[in-house]
Ligand binder design. Structure first.
Ligand code: ADP
Ligand code: ADP
Ligand code: ZN
Length: 215
């Protein structure tokens, strides 16, 4: 089963995708993670996108569609979780065509609704395990007292360069201008399932599970 987690920066897409990977053997496809990896490994593409990402603008459709296409041709596991992709109507159309090409389809689009104030609070408190990418939060999901990642035991945690208030404002603007039209797009296709992303992490997981069990 292939699903999209749709929502503004900080809505909890990565957190929920990691849980689905652990519980259902699904494969998380986060274009944000792929782009950050390209940056840190110093590839040509990584250099091109670094400034764009730090400003909070969207990377070109061509680049992210290329990244996704590569993954769709790899192992399919228990299905794909598209996390942070698609972010434009052009990406949504491309995804549909790519899925069709590999004989797959989209089961559901989960729209995680969270208000702007909560997003700012969440993002400025976010950190990530440098080894496995597990997502933490100073307030709502603190790093364990022994300083070790619950998932992999790693001891190094990083904060993203774009997780500051100024860049976040720009990312939110991009979301409302370019990504939110996807809500109407998937509603029209009968695929949209809005859920309350403001609830605590386990409650949100329960709502997602309820949607997937019916899809
Ligand atoms: P968040 O977790 O805040 O939603 P991501 O990690 O998904 O952010 O993305 C970080 C940055 O990477 C975005 O601000 C954008 O510059 C770039 N990016 C990620 N996915 C896409 C995409 N599908 N299309 C365009 N740019 C993207
Ligand atoms: P996204 O991938 O949509 O940008 P993340 O999963 O990285 O969002 O979550 C953003 C921040 O909010 C992280 O610090 C995460 O620990 C925290 N978080 C995620 N889901 C919730 C939730 N339901 N309630 C409170 N905090 C949350
Ligand atoms: Zn870890």
């Amino acid at each position: 089963m292939n699903i999209i987690l749709l929502g503004p920066p900080g809505a909890g897409k990565g957190t929920q995708a990691q849980k689905l990977v652990a519980e259902r053997g699904m494969i998380q496809l986060s274009t944000g993670d792929m782009l950050r990896e390209a940056r840190s490994s110093g590839t040509e593409m990584g250099k091109i996108v670094a400034d764009v990402m730090d400003r909070g603008d969207l990377v070109t459709d061509e680049i992210v569609i290329g990244l996704i296409e590569e993954k769709l041709n790899g192992p399919q596991g228990g299905g794909f979780i598209f996390d942070g992709f698609p972010r434009t109507l052009a990406q949504a159309d491309a995804l549909e065509a790519l899925l069709r090409k590999v004989g797959q389809s989209l089961a559901a689009v989960i729209e995680m609704r969270v208000d702007d104030e909560a997003l700012v609070a969440r993002i400025t408190a976010r950190s990530t395990c440098a080894d496995c990418g597990a997502v933490y939060n100073d307030r709502t999901r603190p790093i364990p007292a022994d300083g070790k990642c619950e998932n992999c035991g790693g001891t190094e945690f990083t904060r993203r360069a774009d997780d500051n208030e100024e860049s976040l404002r720009q990312r939110l603007m991009e979301y409302y201008k370019k990504t939110s039209p996807l809500i109407g797009y998937y509603h029209a296709k009968g695929k949209l399932h809005p859920i309350d992303g403001l609830a605590d992490i386990d409650t949100v997981s329960g709502e997602i599970k309820a949607v997937l069990d019916k899809a």
